[in-house]
Design a protein around this ligand. Sequence first.
Ligand code: M6R
Length: 547
Amino acid sequence: MCGIIGIVGKEDVAERLVDGLRRMEYRGYDSAGVCTVSGGELIRRRAPGKLSNLVLELARNPASGTTGIAHTRWATHGAPTAANAHPHATEHLALVHNGIIENFRPLRAELSARGRKFESDTDTEVVAHLVSEQVEAGKSPQDAVRAVLPQLRGAFALAIAFRAYPDMLIGARLGSPLVVGYGEGETYLGSDALALAPLTQQIAYLDEGDWVVITREGAQIFDKDDQPVSREITTSGASAAAIEKGIFRHFMQKEIFEQPTVVAQTLRSYIRQVDQSVALPQFEFDLSGITRITIVACGTSYYAGLVAKYWFEHFARLPVDIDVASEFRYRDPVLERGGLALFISQSGETADTLAALKHCKAAGQTIAVVVNVPTSSMAREADLLLPTHAGPEIGVASTKAFTCQLAVLAALAAYLAVKRGRMSRAEECDLVAQLLETPAQLNAALAHDDEIAAMAHLIAPARDVLYLGRGQDYPLALEGALKLKEISYIHAEGYAAGEMKHGPIALIDEAVPVIVLAPSGPLFEKTVSNMQEVRARGGKIVLICDA
Ligand code: M6R
């Protein structure tokens, strides 16, 4: 995921572009770049590594101009070098891109055959050349973009600056998010409302296939058939303050500590405290007749779905199919008309999950979406919108988004169980009481911060770590392993504890810490047996358990 921003402004924009990038560093952070338009020139500055490198580069070589675009990159095609950093430019234009152009190889081959020279290994540079060819053939920027967009396959949000048009930018989106921000005599493009938070709160969300021309006076939006359209301008709730670190060392730590508050906030919209019952917001669908749920998501959101599978099956006695979105569409899943398809996503923009959602919609499924960004593409496609209220997730690693997803999914499981006559009134009250206790329990867990930090020091030297769990703790083991890999670059695997003896046990010795999730309950004794197996091979056990 990358972040893009563009400004057609009244004053020099370079500093504000960099500030916008700072707010989007969570979308990617291995290189960054800026290009302004001034005096008939494109002034481009790029740097590999952290944003601070770009700041230094701009201090050495300032970029003036009241119109500009900028990008923070998370490399997918081509190493994180200055040459691969965006913006990519030709003599006529500079362009930033978030997404993946899937057909860039044949396009690049055709462009090369026509004599175009490439400076980078990226998929993005082909788009710069394609638009440039059209401009060189005498087309206006609008006609050039209009001619190129249908040639692109994959996902993109684009912002393009033209050397000969210093007061205009063109943006386009398909499969990746792009918003238009309206200011006082200025107009903006951004990957999300957060990036534009200090500039404006007035935001229009572009639809799939839209493209837009922005000038100081405003924006002219066209749909995928090139027809002029208007998109509603909403007042974004994104505040600049919500994306500050405050007293915390980093955003992930801040978000971990926000969990009691945001989980309570989320539960409040799913629980009626007056009668201790579960209720879904704005609910119009009769779910009592559904016979199967298909859950689709990626990464952490997928693991939240895996936990929910245990709950839907146990409490509501509903069979659940679950798959990662990147596999789902390609295995030709059997979807009976009238089924419920449930998508889980923090951002609501993950390309594979969005594509799977569209696949299910076309197959006549009712679409339920558990999502944190209520203005996202997935939220807008939902028949049944189940928001999490986690607030902006800036830390790349999901923490509070995951626990808020679990809160919503637990409420949904209880709701379905009640509707299907599988949960008595007394059981519902009991479950609601337990859910209402979770914020306090999260606080109690966070009070162990120092002990957890001490354990982290023990684990830090390891090259490999195993996470074990049974039942609903098995997906938690998978999520734990994902988090350790992502944050510490330590190889980690999550296993169902009972699977240990079927192969992975060979990995265990004194150098391999094993983190066991084993709360008290019917599966505890069985997991203790698996711990004995680990001990017998000298493995170090870290047990996460209740008293
Ligand atoms: O925004 P989404 O929940 O759809 O994102 C899906 C995954 O990319 C995401 O959950 C990812 O695995 C986590 N951020 C990892 O911590």
